[in-house]
Design a protein around this ligand. Structure first.
Ligand code: HEC
Length: 322
């Protein structure tokens, strides 16, 4: 029976051809099909099992036919098989790399000392080991020229590059994992889809007490500069999540709203700042100023009535436009 390629080449070759064809024909976006559709993994497993089954059947047919041969034909068949290129080539390569002398020739390399019956052979160093040694020398030479003579790049640059890549990966991740925000990580969302969602949450849950335009009713006015519990995205998020002072009517929304939803509605509230509602409620609380806002100029005026501190900031409010 003739089969030119051995099974350990044939099976992987067929398997990966089918794999590649599958990836080519199944449109799975930017993910490979076998990840996007876990079903395909079963398909591949089936293909693999089928290929193995076919090989096993071929083997047993070969075996049955072999038994029907005469003794002389059997011998010829075995001889031709052991002469196949991959066998001879593999065996020779293995012998070469090992570099050991056959047992019959050991007499030539035996050393003439004898430790309580333990004798030593003067084998050559195994060629695989020597080649490895040469490779390390070549590597060292290339390394020396590249990094110490041509100064390709150094550890600091490599570190910077990896940090940039990591930061980009984090940004990417944040886009898909907005729901992981908490009061420490919450940031003002500016995408219109987020603000739209925030508006919907506000009109559905909050407008009864804060009015649809944020002008205030049972709850305080959300459009002015005065805040009972502190302004800015973090304080607002905190208030929505944990609720207001006991007995005032502002409940903790964290049981009803997801973190992302709280961030969206908090960002939406920030957009209400400075608008003019129909029936604004009188200010409650105190003027809130962002302690982290960069201050460019501080002017202190002292007169008989008291001290006035004027601070000028250069940072435009992202919600008001420049
Ligand atoms: C049952 C009425 C009620 C509802 C509904 C309500 N609030 Fe309030 N809200 C209040 C009251 C009352 C306060 C004042 C709490 C205090 O003084 O401690 C308040 C305070 C706040 C504050 C802080 C205002 C400040 O001056 O510090 C924010 C922000 C806020 N609410 C957002 C929301 C959001 C967002 C929703 C919807 C998810 C909502 N509220 C739903 C009654 C309500």
């Amino acid at each position: 029976m003739r089969n030119s390629t051995p099974w350990w080449i044939r099976v992987p070759l067929l398997f990966f051809t089918i794999f590649a064809l599958m990836e080519y024909f199944i449109d799975s976006g930017d993910q490979p099909a076998f990840i996007a559709y876990p079903m395909t993994q079963y398909f591949l497993l089936l293909v693999l099992l089928l290929l193995i089954a076919i090989e096993l059947i071929l083997k047993s047919i070969e075996n049955v036919m072999f038994q029907t041969l005469s003794e002389e034909a059997k011998a010829r068949y075995l001889a031709s098989k052991s002469k196949r290129w991959e066998w001879t080539w593999g065996r020779e390569l293995y012998q070469k790399l090992l570099g050991s002398r056959p047992i019959e020739e050991e007499g030539e390399i035996i050393l003439d000392h004898d430790y309580d019956g333990i004798k030593e052979l003067d084998n050559r160093l195994p060629p695989w080991w020597i080649y490895l040694f040469y490779i390390t020398i070549a590597f060292g030479a290339v390394y020396l020229v590249r990094f110490h003579i041509l100064n390709d790049y150094d550890q600091a640059e490599e570190y910077q590059q990896e940090m940039v890549a990591a930061r980009m990966a984090i940004e990417e991740y944040k886009k898909t994992a907005k729901d992981l925000v908490d009061v420490n990580t919450v940031e003002l969302l500016t995408e219109s889809s987020d603000l739209k969602a925030g508006e919907a949450i506000f009109s559905g849950n909050c407008a009864v007490c804060h009015m649809i335009d944020g002008g205030g009713g049972i709850g305080p006015n959300l459009t002015d500069d005065y805040w009972v519990l502190g302004g800015g995205i973090r304080n607002i998020f905190q208030t929505i999540s944990e609720g207001g002072r006991a007995g005032k009517g502002m409940v903790a929304w964290k049981t009803n709203l997801k973190p992302l939803e709280m961030a969206q509605v908090a960002s939406y509230i920030m957009t209400l700042h400075g608008t003019t509602p129909a029936n604004p409620k009188a200010p409650e609380g105190e003027i809130w100023m962002d302690p982290n806002a960069p201050v460019d100029e501080v002017e202190v005026q002292v007169d008989s009535t008291g001290v006035e501190v004027l601070m000028e900031t250069d940072t435009p409010n992202p919600l008001e436009g420049e």
